[in-house]
Design a protein around this ligand. Structure first.
Ligand SMILES: *[C@@H]1O[C@H](CO)[C@@H](O)[C@H](O)[C@H]1NC(C)=O
Ligand SMILES: *[C@@H]1O[C@H](CO)[C@@H](O)[C@H](O)[C@H]1NC(C)=O
Ligand SMILES: *[C@@H]1O[C@H](CO)[C@@H](O)[C@H](O)[C@H]1NC(C)=O
Ligand SMILES: *[C@@H]1O[C@H](CO)[C@@H](O)[C@H](O)[C@H]1NC(C)=O
Ligand SMILES: *[C@@H]1O[C@H](CO)[C@@H](O)[C@H](O)[C@H]1NC(C)=O
Ligand SMILES: *[C@@H]1O[C@H](CO)[C@@H](O)[C@H](O)[C@H]1NC(C)=O
Length: 295
């Protein structure tokens, strides 16, 4: 019997070592895909956006609900050297999941050597006051995706592996949502329909990065146009008054980070030149199919 305790300790050591570096990915239920830059319009400029459709909660009045993302540091500065991978407490499909994350700094003293891979493990350390939390009030846009998913233009976001529930999880880091430390605004994305209700032309967004109040999070609003409407005539939110607006209920929220803004108002089939991030890319028709799915 005298060996029970040491054996148990050795077993726990092995268990801890095994849990320290997970090698398997949590199954999010999402499909593996290459996310395409899609064409849109914003204030008469041709833009490129990605589209992510993880379920999220929010209202037009109060904005999108953010979830905490835990970043591990020796101090309270989110910009200092990471101690380990980031941890998220919720995955797509969980209550409270959001692509918008509220950066939460976990200050880990050097004598806490465990790799923290699950929220329950973190909660124990918080309760025993071995780590402390601080909130720099920074909101970042990081959609969780399938482990093998990629962006058609990889430089548009950082490709990150984090921890969830003792396993690995894959997300794209599009950075701070909006100006400054970010915001949780929800704005309308206008899906333009012809008079028979079929999507017609590119979607219209009311803002671009760098503008006040810009957000990558939008709620789907259809604009039904009159017979004879010519696709891609409406290229600004102001011009949507030409049609009849209808907010899709329950509020359908999409994450569409704008990654490119052209200088030209002449649409998607032209080679685009512009100032935001990368250069021209190919026309991606899959966006229409996707929004058709949302309707
Ligand atoms: C971020 O989390 C902190 C701590 O819970 C909270 O005070 C703050 O309001 C949160 N910010 C947002 C936008 O959710
Ligand atoms: C959204 O809120 C509802 C009601 O509170 C909840 O049942 C649901 O799980 C939440 N969904 C997400 C993705 O957080
Ligand atoms: C780490 O050091 C602090 C301060 O000396 C001490 O209070 C704490 O109990 C130590 N934690 C561990 C896990 O040894
Ligand atoms: C992801 O890619 C790896 C490496 O190509 C492959 O072994 C694995 O089966 C893929 N996983 C899924 C779930 O598609
Ligand atoms: C837009 O580009 C197309 C293709 O290059 C061209 O035919 C058309 O005249 C242009 N329209 C405007 C308004 O510049
Ligand atoms: C686009 O517009 C910006 C701002 O006016 C300008 O600095 C830049 O040179 C333009 N780029 C091209 C390719 O025309």
């Amino acid at each position: 019997m005298k060996y029970t305790t040491p054996m148990k300790s050795i077993f726990l050591l092995f268990a801890a070592a095994f849990a320290a570096e997970p090698t398997t990915y949590f199954n999010t239920g999402l499909t593996s895909q290459v996310y395409s830059r899609n064409d849109g319009w914003a204030e008469d400029k041709a833009i490129k956006v990605y589209t992510f459709t993880n379920p999220m909660n929010g209202t037009a009045q109060t904005g999108l609900v953010a979830a905490p993302i835990y970043v591990f540091r020796r101090d309270t500065d989110p910009k200092s050297t990471p101690v380990q991978k980031n941890l998220i407490p919720v995955a797509p499909g969980d209550p409270g999941y959001s692509d918008l994350w509220n950066v939460t700094v976990v200050t880990v003293p050097a004598n806490v050597t465990d790799v923290i891979t699950s929220y329950s493990q973190l909660a124990t350390l918080i309760t025993s006051k071995q780590v402390t939390l601080s909130y720099p009030n920074v909101l970042v846009n990081c959609p969780v995706v399938h482990q093998n998913s990629t962006l058609d233009t990889p430089s548009d976001a950082k490709d990150v592996t984090g921890y969830y529930n003792g396993q690995l999880v894959h997300y794209f880091d599009f950075g701070v949502n909006g100006a400054g430390n970010g915001n949780n605004n929800l704005e309308k994305v206008y899906v333009i329909l012809d008079s028979t209700g079929n999507p017609s032309g590119n979607h219209v967004f009311p803002g671009i990065p760098g503008e006040d109040g810009y957000t990558a999070f939008w709620y789907v609003t259809t604009v039904t146009t009159k017979p004879g409407y010519v696709a891609n005539t409406i290229t600004s939110s102001g011009a949507t008054s030409q049609g009849t607006q209808n907010v899709k209920m329950p509020l359908t929220i999409v994450n569409c980070p704008v990654v490119f803004v052209s200088n030209s108002s002449n649409g998607s089939t032209n080679t685009m030149t512009g100032t935001t991030k990368n250069g021209a890319s190919q026309f991606a028709p899959s966006f229409l199919a996707l929004i058709a799915l949302l309707l």
